[in-house]
Design a protein around this ligand. Sequence first.
Ligand code: GTP
Length: 431
Amino acid sequence: MRKGKVGSRSGKKLLLEISLTIFFQKLQLLDGQMLVNQRYLTVFVGGNRAIVVDEPGVTRDRLYGRSFWGEHEFMVVDTGGVVTVSKSQANVMEDLAISTTIGMDGISLASREAAVARMPSMIEKQASAAVEESSVIIFLVDGQAGLTAADVEIADWLRRNYSNKCIILAVNKCESPRKGIMQASEFWSLGLSPLPISALSGTGTGELLDFVCSGLGKIECPENLNEEETYIPAIAIVGRPNVGKSSILNALVGEDRTIVSPISGTTRDAIDTEFVGPDGQKFVLIDTAGIRRRATVASSGSVTEALSVNRAFRGIRRSDVVALVIEAMACITEQDYKIAERIEKEGKGCLIVVNKWDTIPNKNQQTATYYEQDVREKLRTLQWAPIVYSTAIAGQGVEKIIVAASTVEKERSRRLGTSILNQVVQGSFGF
Ligand SMILES: Nc1nc2c(ncn2[C@@H]2O[C@H](COP(=O)(O)OP(=O)(O)OP(=O)(O)O)[C@@H](O)[C@H]2O)c(=O)[nH]1
């Protein structure tokens, strides 16, 4: 669904095939150049999509942003910066992962270390998936640092595996047009035509976008779709860290759309994915970062986490329905209650997902009833929200989440006649 099927913008007849990947090479990330690179993404999609922190390894999942250039519409994919991982680089990445994760996941040190060690390859898998599904690849190199061994390695890898795709070599940080030509000339040896650009000043980015558009295929799109036809309800998946939000998303879409790990704080950006439900209805699923207590986030001093939580709140605001995920064994915590309050305050539709249902021992027919009583008792603000039980790692119960979300969304958008509204307001129904 996601690939090649962007929604339409009224008045546009042609859409260009989506997917243009900008992937950052690892050395650039480790040099702390991500800030500039991310600005480059911002130049493309506008606004403030990706978390931008001058700290390596922040982006982990694939991040999609819709972009326009002239009459053309396409999707830009931002990825983590791992494409080629040598042993020494992998070690650095492990250290980074250790130093930047939240660390309240309750797993043993050995499991944690093993999970951290797997992180670079998982980020790399996400980056490769983005390259795989893209029509155009922008290979971004650093014009100020000059040609590096990693550039050569990546160019070889791209030529070997993706010669059928349009690959554009963009030499970033060429602020001065005259000097830029000199800076770029060094990269001819990669066997691709280097294009000097500056994400900072915007120099050359127009030309780059012209190249991008010429490399994209055309998709016919029906003209003048009305608002109702283009409206796609959004479901935000929110909850405390490590409750299984990403696992639910992956189980629903049937692929590793986001990285799942026992380390809490794995998801950082809010990840949007279009999804078609069993009855053909489309949804946008928004996977969000785990939300810890405000005081805990503040005392951790992590800017990345603070921004992640901010994105999660924005995810709630952008959504129509929120799936509040709680962990079965932990039952309702104070933080779950706080998140529930937030959802209620935002006026969103909601369902409660009790995930990791498999971890409850000796279940019988009464278990869900007892559980429900407890949830109702402790989450009074969401009395009206349906409850769904799931075991995301086995894909059990996840389809019920969509069914419940769809019902909530329909109820939420139901139009009431004036007379019913008057009756409600006047308290005829006992409200
Ligand atoms: N037993 C069990 N484990 C699960 C289930 N769902 C997820 N997990 C495990 O819980 C851990 C966290 O899963 P994630 O999907 O990454 O959790 P998350 O809520 O997205 O985590 P953050 O990104 O940290 O907020 C992983 O080790 C998963 O394998 C489930 O239904 N049952």
